[in-house]
Design a protein around this ligand. Structure first.
Ligand code: SF4
Length: 373
């Protein structure tokens, strides 16, 4: 396979956030040499021929890739480039926690070609950050933004988490305002849901807390939609907002069904027909690649049914929309009447922000309808 997009999962975190059920490794000292060498081995093993098609995006996600530090990220990007060439102007994103950003780090990353940062800011409220068990305080976010800009990386995305239970009144609205004041090019929103195998899941099971009520979830999502849209951001995907020309090219590739390579523990990969994923435990992935074995944990060939469901879901989650048939229009008519969707003259349906609050249900409804034709 010749991947146009490359994802590397960097699993290290300083500690675990209360809502997180990702495949991560909490280490005080990050084994940078071991990890970078292991990714290089996985690349050699799985992409032995230097591919002649240059990839258009590289995304270091996690975990917390910024925990690799200045040199660790630079070396990782270099190892990838040696084996899978990157196109001129390729989008190279690093997910970073604000406290890991310094002038030296930005300089090294920029020299390595990094041109986009996704900052895990999550909130500008110190109490909320402490409750989440984040490692940074609110003041670290503007510091990181300023340092990144001064160092020449100005394509900056901020993550924010909404629907945090029992937060003070007005705190979410202040988060959105503070994020806007920093003039990011991109904002990603995540609604907090409680997964069973997390600190919050255990608290919920003991009856100590509950998920936010649905009306609060809806209010905060729609509030962010209104304010960010008013400020000139395009709400281009259910969870993502961008200024003109700054949509995430990497994530947009996922949503358009493009091929991508996935390296590192738990990373997923798609070659256009088969989806595969790596062993998720760091030790399992590491021992496989160190012994020269493919670290694959599983794979699935997409069935016609899967493809249909995916086409509908991907089409509805972005503002680019989904082409629908005459028959389907009768179905969509009800969505439009409810304010959940619009349909243009070329029969493209696009969900509104209110529609995106019902994305799963609407996609399932249309998939079922479409599967009967
Ligand atoms: S920083 Fe991200 S990956 Fe790490 S524990 Fe927190 S939410 Fe999970």
């Amino acid at each position: 396979m010749r991947p146009a997009h490359i994802y590397v999962h960097v699993p290290f975190c300083a500690r675990r956030c209360v809502y997180c059920d990702f495949s991560i490794v909490v280490r005080r000292a990050v084994p940078v040499d071991e990890f970078v060498a292991a990714v290089a081995s996985e690349l050699d093993l799985r992409f032995p021929r230097r591919e002649d098609v240059a990839a258009r995006t590289l995304y270091l996600g996690g975990g917390t890739p910024s925990r690799l530090g200045a040199e660790g990220v630079a070396r990782l990007v270099h190892e990838v480039r040696q084996r899978l060439p990157l196109a001129d102007g390729a989008e190279i994103t690093v997910e970073a926690n604000p406290e890991d950003i310094s002038a030296d780090v930005v300089r090294a990353w920029r020299l390595a070609g990094v041109n986009r940062l996704s900052l895990g800011s999550q909130s500008f409220d110190d109490d909320v950050l402490a409750w989440m068990h984040r490692t940074h305080d609110a003041a670290a976010i503007p510091r990181a933004v300023e340092t990144a800009r001064k160092g020449g990386i100005d394509n900056l995305s901020l993550d924010l988490i909404f629907a945090v239970p029992e937060r003070p009144i007005g705190s979410w609205e202040r988060d959105v305002t503070r994020a806007l004041e920093l003039e990011p090019s991109h904002v990603s929103l995540y609604g907090l849901t409680i997964e069973p195998h997390t600190v919050l899941g255990r608290r919920q099971k003991r009856g100590e807390m509950h998920e936010s009520p649905e009306d609060m979830y809806e209010h905060e999502f729609l509030y962010a939609h209104d304010v960010l849209s008013e400020a000139g951001f395009e709400h281009y995907e259910v969870s993502n907002f961008a200024r003109e020309g700054t949509r995430s090219r990497h994530n947009s590739a996922y949503w358009s069904g493009a091929r991508y390579a996935g390296l590192g523990p738990s990373a997923h990969e798609f070659d256009g027909a088969v989806r595969r994923w790596n062993r998720s435990a760091y030790g399992d992935w590491l021992s496989a690649v160190q012994s020269g074995a493919d670290p694959i944990e599983g794979q699935e060939q997409l069935s016609a049914e899967n493809r249909l469901a995916e086409e509908v879901y991907l089409g509805l989650r972005t503002v680019d929309g989904l082409s629908v048939s005459e028959e389907e229009l009768t179905r969509i008519g009800r969505w439009a009447a409810a304010g959940w969707a619009t349909v243009d003259s070329r029969r493209y349906v696009r969900l509104t922000a209110r529609g995106w609050l019902r994305l799963d249900a609407l996609a399932a409804d249309l998939t079922l309808f479409r599967s009967r034709y």
